[in-house]
Each structure stands twice: as structure tokens, then as C-alpha cells.
Ligand binder design. Structure first.
Ligand code: VG1
Ligand code: CO
Length: 543
């Protein structure tokens, strides 16, 4: 198998976004496109010769082809070992767990997460560092810089590697080890949660539906929920990973997992409905008659984590992305632990977790996780909920209501305007930025602006600065509107508007969310000129 050097030309559009490089699948299928990016990753790393690289993906269309390309390039680059999930499969949190467990140099995860898969849909790739987490901006920017000047890449000539059987083979001097994608992750979960208590919960008649959405979590959920914990067979829905996710959008939100919401609100509701996304890092939790917003879920997990064996010592602190509601802040204050507000994207939590400043982290976009890995983790969050339910012997609804009664309720909603014209979206943000200094002190009806800024994050561990991470308008009554543009889309721009209002009075905890936020929603339009800039009169997705 001779190593060969292939001449190539740079692509101008390989800047990683919120979570790696995401593009239309056909882009990745162009000659050299994926290889250029992979070579740019390797060119940005130092000292990996002879060390291990973890490789896997969410199984979407083009996953297997991409795995073969990367195996040969990683061998040509001089990695000592490549650890691959069987069939090329590793969920994002499992990849993180394997990197840590195997003390690998890093890992490459193939996924476009909750975006649909298939020849006409999306594909993605990201690099994770030795702590198991997404590469920090310093590395992603270096990758981008290399991708703009790349002239050649190195690979091997030779047949494809068998990735469908556990065992190992050799690519020149590089060992390729195919592992069970589930085992390490499953053991990790068993070490964190009270599996006996959860087993008793299921044995006592507790019912659950978990929708794997024909994406990567099926094998994990079947092994853990139905296998280890004794959930009734059939509790896992759509448990076979499919390359096109059965033509669905594997996003566990109120639009694409609407059927679960409707089930949870119906007479036939099980005790808990849950789901995860394409690559297994997001979670949705809905109790019988009770939707749990991701922001509330983070707060409730922070307040109850000590009930799970892996967190019995209590938590060191909490981190949330800036747009995530401030429900978790109240829990951190009560516990007397640190609270950190970071830009959107899991890569910003890594340093805080590594330094032991925080134990749990979360994002409003259905992400929660802890220091057990360095990615958000969908099944982890669902197991945490099961552990809390088993320990407290209460329903999801009772736990949510009790939490609001104790801490107050943060009404919260995100309005997405997907695939709008990039120029209009940029103009909208520019318009908001131009208003930042004049907004404070102005009143709009009962809402008085207290502060407005473009969020900047100064990482307390490595001192790095990340600017322009979202425009915040903060009101005197504690309400908030946040605007930012998505960094994961693959066509046009997506505007996200995050709206939050705090309600301390338990007598007012039963309002319909959009109604409770109506004046802020109207003001969000007025301040930004959403309709004028995007041509849309309503959001495409409300979560
Ligand atoms: C979105 C979410 C963000 C999340 C990111 C990756 O990013 O808002 O919270 O970390 O997706 O999640 P953006 O830039 O589109 O708002 V996943 O499950 O797509 O890897
Ligand atoms: Co995801």
C-alpha cells in the first residue's frame, strides 16, 4: 500500500461553524472536498504520530465512504492506531467517551446532527481533541486557514478496510481497530446512574416511549433501556439507524417530534416520552401532560443531580450557553456553586469541565451533559431524568411544577426563521448592532430596556476572547430578547430569536408560553425589523 500525494486546490468555504463543517452532501461528494478538510485537520495538529484517532459517525448517507477516505488518510498521516465504531457508527457522545476511555489523541466525528441525511440533504465532519470535546476555536480557525492554502493531501492506494467486524487489521504501520460502538458508552452510563432503581421503576409498571428517529441512538437505547433497564420491548421506536433517517428530520423538537408531544398530551400517554437527534447528543423529555423545555431540564438536572450515584458529591458548577434561559442560574445561586455563561456550541464548555469549574452544562437547543464526556449527551439526559424519577417517586409533571414553585418559572421560546437570504439576515444583525448604545433607558410599553450588547465571552481558563456571539436586549423586569444567526445551516441564513420572561408567581405558572411572551415577541419584531429584512411574517419553527 504505497502512500501517494494527491494534488488539490483549496475550497474557499471550509470554515467550521458551531459544530464542525456542515454542507450539502453533494458538496462533500465532490472530488477532494472531504480529503482537503481532513488534511487541513491533520495539518493543524501536532504530535499525533503513533497515537490513536477515534473515528465514527451517525451512519447517514456517505458515512461509510467518508470513513474509508479518512482511514487511508489517517494511516498515511502516521497515526499509530485508528479506533473505528463497527459499521462506521459512533454517536457523538459515544465518540467522546471512546476518545477519553482509550486516551486517544483525538477523534473525527461524521455528522450533520439534527439535519436530514441523504444525497440531497446534509453531511458534516468535526474534529474532537484529546479531552473528547469539540476542537476549540484556535484549532478550528487553524483548520480553516490551512484549507485556504492546501495544495496536496496524502493517502494510501489500496482496497477498502473491513469495518463491519470487531477485530483489527493493518494499513501499512497503522492498526485499524473496529470496536463495538455501544459497549464503552453503556458501561459509562451504568457507572453514573442507579440502574437498579431505574429497573425497579420499569418493573413497577412505568412506561416510556423513546424515539431514536431512525438515527444513531437506536442501538444504544435498545441495549440500555430495553436491555439493561428492562423497559418493555417496543419502548424504543425507530431503533434501526437508516442512512436517510427514514426521510425524516432527526430533530427532537416540537415540530419534527410532534407525534411524541401529541402522544404525551393524550389519554394514551406513557409516563415519559423522549427522543434524541441524528448523532445522539440532543434530548427531548416530555412527561405525561408536561413538556419540559431544555432550559428547565438543565435547571432541574442541576438541582437533582446528587440523586444519581455519579453525582452524589454534588455539582461543582453549572454552565449554559448565553441564549439558554436563566432558570439554571437560580439553581446555581441556591446551591452556592459557580455559574458560567458561554457562547452557543459545546466547544466552549470543554475548558470549564476540564478545569473542574462545572459539572453540568446545557443549551436551550435540547442539549445537556456533564463532565462524564465533553459533548452533550442525549441518552445521558434521559437516564438522568429516569434516575431522578426513580429516586423521587414523582411524575415528570410533579417535578417540573415543584421546581417552578421553588425557583419561579422562566417562560421561554425560540423562534427560528430558517433559510432566509443571507444579506437580509446580515443587515438585520447590523441594524441591531447599530442600536445597542441607544436602546438602554428606552421603554416600550411596560418593557424598559436596561442593557443591550453583543455578547462577548472571555474564557476564564485560557484567556481567549470570542466576540459577536449574539445580540442581547435585557429588560428591567428580567425579561430578555436574544438574536443570533445559526452556525450550523447549509443553505442561506437562519435567524434565531430567543425570548424569555421570568415569572415568580406560582398563580401565573399555567399560561400558554406564546401568550405569556406575546408582548416580547411583538417587540422582537419591532426592534429588529424581521419582516422587513427577511420577508417572513412568522417563524418557520417555534420551540
Ligand atoms: C445549533 C444550536 C446549538 C448547538 C448546535 C450543535 O447551533 O443552536 O446550541 O450546540 O446546533 O448541535 P446554531 O449555530 O445552528 O444555533 V447539534 O446537535 O446540531 O451538533
Ligand atoms: Co446533534
Amino acid at each position: 500500500l504505497p502512500i501517494k500525494t494527491v494534488a488539490t486546490k483549496p475550497f474557499a468555504d471550509q470554515r467550521p461553524g458551531t459544530s464542525g463543517l456542515r454542507k450539502k452532501t453533494r458538496m462533500f461528494q465532490q472530488p477532494h472536498y472531504l480529503a482537503n478538510f481532513v488534511q487541513s485537520i491533520f495539518a493543524s495538529l501536532e504530535g499525533f504520530e503513533g497515537k490513536a484517532l477515534v473515528l465514527g459517525g451517525d451512519g447517514r448517507f456517505f458515512n461509510r465512504e467518508a470513513i474509508q477516505i479518512i482511514l487511508k488518510m489517517a494511516a498515511a498521516a502516521g497515526f499509530g492506531e485508528i479506533i473505528v465504531g463497527r459499521g462506521g457508527i459512533l454517536s457523538t457522545p459515544a465518540a467522546s467517551a471512546v476518545i477519553r476511555h482509550e486516551q486517544a489523541f483525538g477523534g473525527i466525528v461524521l455528522s450533520a446532527s439534527h439535519n436530514p441525511g441523504g444525497p440531497d440533504a446534509d453531511f458534516g465532519i468535526k474534529y474532537n481533541i484529546s479531552n473528547g470535546g469539540p476542537a476549540p476555536e484556535k484549532i478550528t480557525e487553524a483548520i480553516f486557514a490551512h484549507s485556504k492554502v492546501i495544495e496536496s493531501y496524502r493517502t494510501l492506494e489500496g482496497p477498502d478496510v473491513n469495518i463491519d467486524e470487531i477485530g483489527h487489521s493493518w494499513l501499512v504501520g497503522t492498526k485499524v481497530r473496529v470496536i463495538d460502538p455501544v459497549a464503552i458508552y453503556r458501561d459509562l452510563m451504568a457507572s453514573l446512574f442507579d440502574f437498579d432503581a431505574i429497573k425497579k421503576l420499569f418493573a413497577s409498571g412505568f412506561t416510556m416511549k423513546f424515539d431514536a428517529m431512525s438515527a444513531v441512538t437506536g442501538p444504544y437505547a435498545k441495549a440500555i433501556l430495553e436491555g439493561d433497564l428492562g423497559a418493555a420491548p417496543g419502548s424504543v421506536l425507530n431503533g434501526e439507524p437508516l442512512p436517510d433517517f427514514g426521510h425524516h428530520h432527526p430533530d427532537p423538537n416540537l415540530v419534527h417530534a410532534r407525534h411524541l408531544y401529541d402522544l404525551a398530551m393524550s389519554d394514551a400517554a406513557p409516563d415519559m416520552c423522549a427522543a434524541s437527534d441524528g448523532d445522539g447528543d440532543r434530548n427531548l423529555v416530555i412527561g405525561r401532560g408536561q413538556f419540559v423545555t431544555p432550559s428547565d431540564s438543565l435547571a432541574i438536572i442541576a438541582a437533582n443531580a446528587h440523586l444519581a450515584p455519579g453525582y452524589r458529591q454534588g455539582i461543582a458548577g453549572v454552565a449554559r450557553s448565553m441564549p439558554t434561559s436563566r432558570a439554571a442560574d437560580r439553581v446555581a445561586a441556591k446551591l452556592g456553586v459557580g455559574m458560567y455563561e458561554t457562547p452557543t456550541g459545546w466547544k466552549f464548555f470543554g475548558n470549564l469541565l476540564d478545569a473542574g469549574k462545572v459539572t453540568v452544562c446545557g443549551e436551550e437547543s435540547a442539549g445537556a451533559g456533564s463532565n462524564h464526556v465533553r459533548e452533550k449527551d442525549g441518552l445521558w439526559a434521559i437516564l438522568m431524568w429516569l434516575n431522578i424519577l426513580a429516586a423521587r417517586q414523582q411524575s415528570v409533571k410533579e417535578i417540573v411544577r415543584a421546581h417552578w414553585a421553588e425557583f419561579g418559572r422562566h417562560y421561554y421560546s425560540r423562534h427560528d426563521y430558517e433559510e432566509v437570504a443571507t444579506e437580509g439576515a446580515n443587515a438585520l444583525v447590523a441594524g441591531l448592532r447599530a442600536k445597542l448604545t441607544s436602546l438602554p433607558g428606552q421603554s416600550f410599553g411596560a418593557l424598559k430596556v436596561e442593557a443591550a450588547d453583543d455578547f462577548a465571552y472571555h474564557d476564564p481558563i485560557d484567556g481567549s476572547m470570542s466576540k459577536q456571539q449574539g445580540v442581547r436586549v435585557l429588560f428591567a423586569d428580567g425579561s430578555r430578547i436574544v438574536y443570533r444567526l445559526s452556525g450550523t445551516g447549509t443553505s442561506g441564513a437562519t435567524l434565531r430569536v430567543y425570548i424569555e420572561r421570568f415569572e415568580p408567581d406560582p398563580a401565573r405558572h399555567d399560561l400558554e408560553t406564546q401568550a405569556a411572551l406575546a408582548d416580547l415577541i411583538a417587540l422582537a419584531e419591532q426592534l429588529a425589523g424581521i419582516n422587513q429584512h427577511t420577508g417572513r411574517d412568522k417563524p418557520s419553527v417555534i420551540t
